[in-house]
Design a protein around this ligand. Structure first.
Ligand SMILES: [Zn+2]
Ligand SMILES: [Zn+2]
Length: 338
C-alpha cells in the first residue's frame, strides 16, 4: 500500500510498504477513507523526537472495516468506523474507570496517513457510525479520533463547569476543540489565547467569548481583567511547552485545576506557585474511547462541527506539502485523502 513514512527530520515521503494484516484475533484492518496530520507529528518532523527511519507515521484516521480477526464480533467488513488513536480493550481495570489511554493492552494507530491501518483490540477500540456517513460529516468524525477528544479531555481534567470561566492556552486544533468543549459544557466566559487571526475566527465560531492576543504578563493581566480580577476557574493547556504551561498557571485562579493535554516537552512545573495558590494539574493522554459515544452523538446530531479545524484538504500524494504547511503554520490541520 501507499503509506507516509518519515526518514529524518523534515523528510516525509509517500512510500510503498506491505499491507497491514490480521496478526492477532483481536485485530481489524481498516481501509482509510480520511486521515490527517497531527500537531504531535511535528515533534519528530522537527527533529525533537527520536525517529525510526523509514517507519510509517500517522495516528488519526476513519474508514471502512476491511477484515477482522476471529475474536472481533461487533464489527464486520463494510462498517464505517472511527478509529481512536490509542487502542484499548475496554475491559481491563484502567478502561473500567475510563482511563482507556492507560489500557493494559494499549497500542496506537501507526499508519493513519496511508491506505490501510491495523487496529489492535478492535472490539474495544472501534466505534461504528449508523450506516455510511455523508461526506460532509467525515472531517468531524476524523476530528474525534484525537483532537476533539483531546480538547474534551482537557476540559474534563480542568473541571470546566456551567457558568464558570475557562481559559484555553494554545490555538492549534486541540486548543480550538478545547474551546468547543468548554462551550458545550456551559462555561459562561471562554477565553482563547491566540495571536493568529484565522484561528481566532474558528475559536469564536466554536464559542470563544473573548480572544486574548497578548502574551506574557500583558496577556495574563488581560485574562485577570476578564475574569473579574481572580483568574480562570478552569485552564486548558493545549501546547506542551514550558512557556504555555507557565501561562496556564499564571492565569489559573486559586483552587482551580490546569487540564493539560499537550505532550510535554521541556516543561518545568511551578511547584511553589501550585502550592501557594492551591492550583492542581490533571490530564495527560486522552482516553479517546471513553468519550467517543458522547462525542459521536454530538457530531451526528449536528451540535458540534469540530471538522472546522481542517483548513486544508490534500491528496495523500501531497503529504509532504501537508507537513510543510503545518510546520510553517500556513495550515491549522491538514486532512489527507488516500
Ligand atoms: Zn494526534
Ligand atoms: Zn484496557
Amino acid at each position: 500500500m501507499r503509506a507516509t513514512t518519515i526518514h529524518a527530520a523534515g523528510d516525509i515521503r509517500l512510500s510503498e510498504v506491505p499491507d497491514p494484516t490480521i496478526q492477532l484475533p483481536t485485530d481489524a484492518v481498516v481501509k482509510v477513507v480520511a486521515g490527517c496530520i497531527c500537531g504531535s507529528d511535528l515533534w519528530p518532523y522537527r527533529g525533537e523526537n527520536p525517529i525510526d527511519a523509514g517507519a510509517t507515521i500517522g495516528h488519526e484516521c476513519v474508514g471502512i472495516v476491511e477484515e477482522v480477526g476471529g475474536d472481533v464480533t461487533s464489527f464486520k467488513a463494510g462498517d464505517f468506523v472511527v478509529v481512536p488513536f490509542c487502542h484499548s480493550d475496554n475491559t481491563c481495570p484502567h478502561c473500567a474507570v475510563g482511563m482507556h489511554s492507560v489500557c493494559d493492552n494499549l497500542a496506537m494507530t501507526s499508519s493513519g496517513q496511508a491506505e490501510y491501518a491495523r487496529v489492535t483490540q478492535a472490539e474495544g477500540s472501534l466505534v461504528k457510525t449508523d450506516g455510511t456517513p455523508d461526506a460532509a460529516m467525515i472531517p468531524s468524525l476524523l476530528a474525534l479520533t484525537d483532537v476533539m477528544a483531546t480538547g474534551w479531555h482537557a476540559a474534563v481534567a480542568a473541571r470546566v463547569r456551567e457558568g464558570g470561566t475557562a481559559v484555553i492556552v494554545g490555538d492549534g486544533a486541540v486548543g480550538l476543540c478545547g474551546v468547543l468543549a468548554a462551550s458545550v459544557m456551559g462555561a459562561e466566559k471562554v477565553v482563547l489565547m491566540s495571536r493568529h487571526e484565522p484561528r481566532q475566527v474558528i475559536g469564536r465560531e466554536f464559542g470563544a467569548t473573548h480572544v486574548v492576543a497578548e502574551r506574557g504578563e500583558e496577556g495574563t493581566a488581560l485574562v485577570k481583567e476578564i475574569t473579574g480580577g481572580v483568574g480562570a476557574d478552569a485552564v486548558l493547556e493545549c501546547v506542551g511547552t514550558d512557556s504555555s504551561m507557565g501561562t496556564a498557571f499564571a492565569v489559573a485562579r486559586p483552587g482551580s485545576t490546569v487540564g493539560f493535554v499537550g505532550v510535554p516537552h521541556g516543561v518545568e512545573l511551578p511547584v511553589r506557585r501550585m502550592f501557594q495558590k492551591n492550583v492542581g494539574l490533571a490530564g495527560g493522554m486522552a482516553p479517546v474511547r471513553a468519550y467517543l459515544p458522547e462525542l459521536l452523538d454530538l457530531v451526528t446530531s449536528g451540535r458540534i462541527d469540530p471538522g472546522r479545524v481542517f483548513d486544508s484538504v490534500l491528496p495523500l500524494d501531497d503529504v509532504a506539502e501537508g507537513y510543510r504547511a503545518m510546520d510553517e503554520r500556513r495550515a491549522i490541520k491538514v486532512l489527507l485523502q488516500p
